[in-house]
Design a protein around this ligand. Structure first.
Ligand code: ARG
Length: 585
């Protein structure tokens, strides 16, 4: 599947090289880093062997063949490349007017029509704090979700809650014994401290472990009291996390967690037995994977443990059942798991078992792994149970943002709202600004800088666009007014946005849908982040180099149109990343 670039397609169709298909030629054509080398370039190196000529000769030859074609401002053969410069006036007009016509729908595609993509992300654990370690999965998953939507897919956001396991037996014991020591309303923090206390006490008195097992058994058997407490823990947790999700503007279509699969694992184990894939190992049921190398970091693959000797199922058993359930329920095109790389082995084991079961869709399962975030001050969790809460990080970022804008723009209205957007946006951006797999260090000063490659820089650039448009009395949210104001630009007007800075910006604006598409192909939202930084930088250059409101009369309209188009790309891009765009800051 590729998102077709019409301009590139047109070029690819013109070029005929023996032994190479249209598609191969299309794929070879790229956009030169340096715009002085043209808008598109075809490297001729791949053709050398077949044509038995040097790339330099081939480029020259192809140029000669195209000499009758009048659709370009220039075609040049330069050291083995064939560089195409599109008809500047035409292409600038087309791109700017496209954005003007489409508004925030600019770049939408239906390439994903009728394709469902399951995205398992955030997937928090009940009665455990929503800590900084969940930032990446939440931000990456939600960004992918929105980008899939823009490309016409049907994404299904799944919060695979960690809501099952013997820890809930322990928590009941602790809650019954010590909840009177908690003050005020029961919070996740309170629950977590009870859980920590359980372990401290159980070190001294091992009989607590037996009690915990008995209570967990009661949850499994549906005992009233046990279920009531279990559900209460779930409620307390969800109430708190939903507040954070609201701030992050993150939503889910399904909250089916591990417990949901309790009655769905039996059938899978039966299938595995029928297929002779189950081996007994000290009474436990496992799938032996020793023959397969599933994870580069583990030369011998440990067996996938599915049922313990005492009959208990495991994390992997639930994921196996969940994968089948999702296939059956959503008939997905892809099913993604946005989970830290620490779980590489787990997912490769689960995927391998599904492959061994003969399910062809194992290929559509994708572990979208990411690296660790640490704070400048050190690790995220220091002592037992002492972690950095995501909410605290958001609060601190918002507080600092408020200080910054109060200094920069003391008369700004709704400072609190704006600070919330900047602070939260900065934290989200930080999780989306590097290739997923990298470990990163979080620094408040870095992520909040208005000048670096940050969320606030993007927001600031967008606000700058809006302020220009406001001064020109352009109503950005009225699509009809926008079209009336900016369509039908004349040649003379286009001249006003034909300088290198303007053209650079225009050509970048055109890339939005392709960048989103590529980011999805690679499950890398940071490609969009990086692109938006390029747009903002190009805009700021354009803005420095060109007068707008006090330009020569005929140049005002096209320049405002370009400012509007920039605003649309920045705002839409921020929205896709999950970052708010303040009107002023
Ligand atoms: N709750 C798990 C954790 O915090 C993540 C679950 C990821 N999703 C899954 N289907 N295993 O580690």
């Amino acid at each position: 599947m590729v998102l077709i670039d019409k301009r590139k397609e047109k070029i690819a169709k013109l070029i005929k090289v023996e032994g190479f298909s249209f598609q191969e030629i299309y794929d070879l054509i790229s956009i030169p880093q340096d715009s002085a080398r043209g808008d598109y370039a075809l490297p001729c190196f791949k053709f050398a062997k077949t044509l038995r000529k040097s790339p330099v000769q081939i480029a020259e030859m192809l140029k000669e063949e195209l000499k009758e074609i009048k659709d370009f401002d220039n075609i040049e053969a330069v050291s083995g490349y064939l560089n195409f410069t599109l008809k500047s006036e035409e292409v600038i007009k087309e791109i700017v007017e496209n954005v003007v016509k489409d508004g925030s729908d600019f770049g939408n595609s239906d390439i994903g029509k009728d394709k469902t993509v399951c995205i398992d992300y955030s997937s928090i654990n009940i009665a455990k704090p929503f800590h900084m370690g969940h930032l990446s999965t939440t931000a990456i998953g939600a960004a992918l979700y929105r980008m899939y939507k823009k490309m016409g897919f049907t994404p299904i956001g799944i919060n695979h809650l960690g809501d099952w396991g013997t820890q809930f037996g322990k928590l009941i014991v602790a809650y019954k014994k010590w909840s009177n020591q908690l003050d005020g309303e029961v919070t996740v923090h309170g629950l977590n401290s009870l859980y920590v206390k359980f372990h401290d006490e159980a070190d001294k008195d091992p009989s607590l472990e037996d009690e915990a097992r008995a209570w967990f058994k009661k949850i499994e058997d549906g005992n009233d009291e046990a279920l009531k407490l279990y559900n209460f823990f779930k409620e307390v947790t969800l109430r708190e996390v939903k507040k954070v999700y609201e701030r992050l503007n993150v939503k889910f279509d399904s909250w089916d967690g591990e417990a949901f699969y309790n009655d769905k694992m039996g059938a899978i184990i039966d299938r595995l037995e029928e297929l002779n894939l189950i081996e007994l190992s000290d009474g436990a049921k496992v799938v032996n994977l020793a023959k397969y190398e599933v994870d580069p970091e583990n030369s011998t693959t440990p067996p996938c443990l599915l049922v313990k000797a005492d009959g208990a199922t495991l994390y992997a058993t639930r994921d196996l059942a969940a994968a089948f359930y999702r296939k059956k329920t959503y008939d997905f095109y892809k099913s993604l798991y946005v989970v830290a790389y620490q779980q590489n082995l787990h997912f490769s084991q689960v995927f391998k078992v599904i492959e061994l079961m003969g399910e062809p869709w194992y290929k559509d399962l994708e572990h979208v792994a990411f690296g660790m975030v640490s704070l400048e001050s050190g690790a995220l969790s220091t002592r037992k149970g002492n972690v950095v809460l995501l909410e605290d990080v958001l609060n601190k970022a918002v507080e600092k943002s408020l200080d910054i804008i109060t200094q920069k723009n003391p008369n700004l209205e709704n400072k609190e709202d704006v600070a919330e957007k900047i602070g939260v946006g900065a934290v989200i951006y930080s999780a989306l600004s590097t290739a997923r797999i990298k470990d990163t260090v979080f620094s408040y000063d870095k992520v909040l800088s208005f000048e670096g490659e940050t969320g606030p820089y993007l927001q600031y650039s967008n606000a700058r666009c809006l302020s220009v448009l406001r001064r020109a009395k352009i109503e950005c949210t009225n699509q009809e007014a926008i079209k009336k104001a900016f369509l039908n630009l004349t040649s003379k007007e286009i001249e006003g946005i034909s300088d290198t800075y303007s053209k650079e910006l225009v050509m970048l604006i055109d890339r939005l849908p392709f960048v989103v598409f590529e980011a999805l192909e690679k499950y890398e939202p940071y490609l969009l982040s990086k692109y938006l930084i390029d747009v903002a930088k190009a805009f700021n250059k354009f803005y420095m180099e060109n007068r707008i409101l006090n330009a020569e009369e005929i140049y005002i309209r096209p320049r405002l149109a370009l400012v509007y188009a920039t605003h649309i790309v920045l705002e839409e891009g921020l929205k896709l990343l999950g970052i708010g765009a303040p009107q002023e800051m």
